[in-house]
Design a binder for this molecule. Sequence first.
Ligand code: SAM
Ligand code: CA
Length: 248
Amino acid sequence: MAVNNDEKEQIKPIGHNELAHKSLLQSDALYQYILETSVFPREHPCLKELREMTEKHPRNLMATPADEGQLLSMLIKLINAKNTLEIGVFTGYSLLSTALALPSDGKVLALDVSRENYELGLPIIEKSGVANKIDFREGQALPLLDELLQNENNKGIFDFVFVDADKDNYLNYHKRVLDLVKIGGLIGYDNTLWCGSVAAPPDAPMMDYVKRLRGYVIELNKYLAQDSRIEICQLPVGDGITLCRRIS
Ligand code: SAM
Ligand code: CA
């Protein structure tokens, strides 16, 4: 069947750059507008320093963008979170956003398989005056979560959980995190739009890591949509964040 020019335009394959793009908005200019108008003017100076330090890191694409850090901060304050968990720290942008948003007696338990990148950000976190709220534990997150769950007293202790680590384990994290967050508490699963690849044809050109993990993110999204223990809201902020409120 012949394809006319208009149709060709609509089915044009998604380019490499589009799938590796940091924002899902329609243009870079619009994203820049949000950052410059609403985000950067209110960004804590230590968050700014941490962001600028992380920009020089070869894996800087892993960092939570500043607009998403602002969202996390807003959510933590709205739900009056006091005790939170983060899985996947890297240099600590989301962790510092969290620690700054928590009340002075708040705590965040932060898990990452590697301490090395956390230590790059640590001097800045210490300068910010909120390092006392952070309990960083190095190791694979799954066994650390299982260890927490061995103690019945840890069930339902977290008000907020931010999951931003290995995407192929998100469903394994979900099983455990649901027991650790309180009923009425909130979980944020990050990167649930996976550079837009979740809606792209499987043969669309995409970075190798995007292609390798895309199926896991699609499975997670399907699973969360039918899980009656939670209410969900998937937001196109950053690379997509799915908020889950535990209801049972
Ligand atoms: N939230 C971070 C931020 O704001 O910059 C970004 C986290 S980065 C996308 C993912 C992190 O998950 C990396 O630091 C990596 O070491 C960690 N990670 C990957 N697999 C892990 C695992 N199995 N257990 C714990 N941490 C893991
Ligand atoms: Ca992320």
